[in-house]
Design a protein around this ligand. Structure first.
Ligand SMILES: *Cc1c(COP(=O)(O)O)cnc(C)c1O
Length: 419
């Protein structure tokens, strides 16, 4: 097959083009409440879908194994400088393919197989890569897991201190994927210092909130910080590691050549753009609005009798326990999707149900806040969610809500989507 005429995607592959168009529609017509998702700006999407895709750049700026890097070096340096300024760190590694490989690079940097690590267990809201048993991080390393308290679902620092003193782990992970409260990095740091562990803050979910000043920063407390770049930070899909100068060499060597080959230059350019966007006053207002919206939505849900893990939120995330409503998480999530409200079913701490059909749903406000929605929309949304949960089998009602949802979505165009 010759490629001489270079047709557009629509001509070259109508099937994929059509499916992307349908996904654009879906992202426009629904209230996307999965807390790890967002809308990247058109500028971020343009940079990440560029000819940078074509370049190989193993190594780091000015120390590459391939020629032709003058522009690539400039792009990677801009990404690093902007992120260091944004977060106030000495060093940024922007080459990680995603959040999970960024975390694996930290293990590679500090640990040998069999060494001990301490992280929040998955059922309590931790991430797979913090040592959960099905993850390679729980198989290659001796992973000890802490949890949350049974009474209030808050992180149990007494348990962390006890486990840290008993096991003397090399790494302690402070980071969550389904936990609705601010993390106390001072307490984590105190425990890590006492036992000589490296404190790693995994800010994958909250990096945008931290950049925008809506969540405390772990900088100066955790020696190493990992993150995704596509969640609240609204960048391209990717991962990054921030650290102080003392750990720079170890981290860089772990990422390349320890774990990865050539960096994804298109993602790095997208990240540079996202870092620039995140340094604006507009982004600060966005981060604050994400949290304000989550609080308003949580209050609305509570007032409709939906139970929330920890009783509420002070981040972008809400973990609802539907047990008092008599509906498990999965049928609720399916009914919500029929009503145009996209969430994910999720275990709640001390869940008595199985992970594939747990008691809860996980909800986040980053994406709907990127569309400019505010308090009035959150109140409507809380009522829709409660109406769906109370009527999961009433197809006519779900369809009626879906139509109202679409009408609301039409009033709030999303960044990055064609108008
Ligand atoms: C999302 C997430 C990750 C993993 O990111 P991927 O890009 O999906 O690999 C790691 N840690 C935490 C806390 C996360 O929420």
């Amino acid at each position: 097959m010759t490629l001489g005429n270079d047709p557009s995607l629509a001509d070259a592959d109508p099937e994929i083009h059509g499916l992307i168009a349908l996904e654009e529609r879906r992202q426009h017509d629904t209230l996307r409440l999965i807390p790890s998702e967002n809308y990247a700006s058109r500028a971020v999407l343009e940079a990440s879908g560029s000819v940078l895709n074509n370049k190989y750049s193993e190594g780091y700026p000015h120390k590459r194994y391939y020629q032709g890097q003058e522009h690539i070096d400039a792009i990677e340096e801009l990404a690093k400088t902007r992120l260091c300024e944004l977060f106030g760190t000495d060093h940024a590694n922007v080459q990680c393919y995603s959040g999970s490989p960024a975390n694996l690079a930290v293990y590679v940097a500090f640990m040998k197989p069999g060494d001990k690590t301490l992280g929040l267990g998955l059922p309590a809201g931790g991430h797979l890569t913090h040592g959960w048993k099905v993850s390679v991080t729980g198989k290659y390393y001796d992973a000890i897991q802490y949890g949350v308290r049974a009474d209030d679902h808050r992180i149990d620092f007494d348990e962390i201190a006890t486990l840290a003193r008993e096991h003397r782990p090399k790494l302690i992970w402070a980071g969550t994927t389904a936990y609705p409260r601010v993390l106390d990095y001072d307490r984590f740091a105190e425990i890590a210092r006492e036992v000589g562990a490296v404190l790693v803050a995994d800010i994958a979910h909250i990096s945008g909130l931290i950049a925008g000043g809506a969540h405390p920063s772990p900088v100066g407390k955790a020696e190493v910080i990992t993150s995704t770049t596509h969640k609240t930070l609204r960048g391209p899909r990717g991962g990054m590691i921030l650290c102080d100068a003392a750990h720079q060499k170890k981290i860089d060597r772990a990422v390349f050549p320890g774990l990865q080959g050539g960096p994804h230059n298109s993602a790095i350019a997208g990240l540079a753009v996202a870092a620039k966007e995140a340094s604006t006053d507009g982004f600060k207002a966005y981060a604050k609005a994400v949290v304000d919206n989550a609080r308003t939505l949580a209050e609305g849900m509570l007032s409709r009798g939906i139970a929330l893990s920890t009783g509420g939120t002070d981040t972008h995330l809400i973990l609802a326990d539907l047990t008092p409503k008599g509906v498990p998480g999965k049928p609720a999530a399916i009914a919500l999707e029929k009503a145009g409200i996209v969430t994910n079913y999720n275990s709640v701490p001390f869940d008595t149900r199985q992970p594939f059909d747990p008691s809860g749903i996980r909800i986040g406000t980053p994406a709907i806040t990127s569309r400019g929605m505010g308090a009035a929309e959150m109140k409507r949304l809380a009522d829709w969610i409660a109406d769906v949960i109370e009527n999961v089998e009433d197809e006519a009602k779900l369809a009626r809500i879906a139509a109202e949802v679409k009408e609301l979505c039409d009033q709030f165009p999303a960044p990055g989507l064609p108008v």
